[in-house]
Design a protein around this ligand. Sequence first.
Ligand SMILES: C[S@@+](CC[C@H](N)C(=O)[O-])C[C@H]1O[C@@H](n2cnc3c(N)ncnc32)[C@H](O)[C@@H]1O
Length: 269
Amino acid sequence: MRGFEAARRETLRYHSAAFAASDRGGHGWWARPNRLVADAVDLATAAGVPVHAYDLGSGTGRHAILAAARLPSGSRVTAVDVLPAALHLLAAGAQRAGVPDRVDTVVADIEEYTFPQPDAGLVVGFSVLEHARSPAALSAVLARWRSATVPGGLHVIAVFADRIEVGTQGARPAIVECPLTAAQVRELLRAAYLGWDVLHERTSASATTETRHGQAYELRSTLVGVIARAPSGCDGSANRALRHCAIPDPMPTPTTHLPPTVATRGRAW
Ligand SMILES: C[S@@+](CC[C@H](N)C(=O)[O-])C[C@H]1O[C@@H](n2cnc3c(N)ncnc32)[C@H](O)[C@@H]1O
């Protein structure tokens, strides 16, 4: 089996098992929202106007439900995931949280998902881009997310890099579709968000215990996260209307290799 297909199979197996355990009352990383996303939701809420938020690779919805509960009245959340079981759990969670009418779910691969309209006021992509098939595919997904974003809209992105599994037999590279180093992730994000206002960036060590075929191991990684705001309206004003203006793509999408280091035009990373 080719590398990507083997990794995709493992991604689906791992998340199906983890989410099924959560349905039986198990707890894990998916139980509580990450602080970076909570901060981005607060920023999106501060403007006081309704937004359409998209949680891409939503899992069971810790961030989608938080957004649905906190964003101003009239806001909506679209949660997208490749696993139908995750979205069933998300819908049940939204019901329990009293926000079922604010959340839509879509079963789709992020590499194929097309936005119904370019109205994203908040895009959440938390630990999903490392499941793209390549760095070029990852950059293409980010380009589509940018194109779907309204002027002044926010992106909160996190990628787990430097992934290794440490078990009783030592350390080995983790199984993931798009294995990247933290430096590579920072470079991809820097290229993607040139011209945007980078409000926050975070790099931190992470570790979690997982199990594969009955064998426990520790997954160690580096979380690289960013909150970035799209440029304001074409005339430079803070335009919150659902209007779109042509924002030039700052970098060509890399085809085979990671992009080279470039000088940033936007705020320092
Ligand atoms: C590590 S989990 C993160 C879930 C959620 N973002 C969170 O922070 O709780 C990764 C999620 O991405 C989903 N996923 C993986 N590859 C995907 C793809 N190509 N398209 C859509 N969803 C994907 C998985 O099913 C899983 O729910």
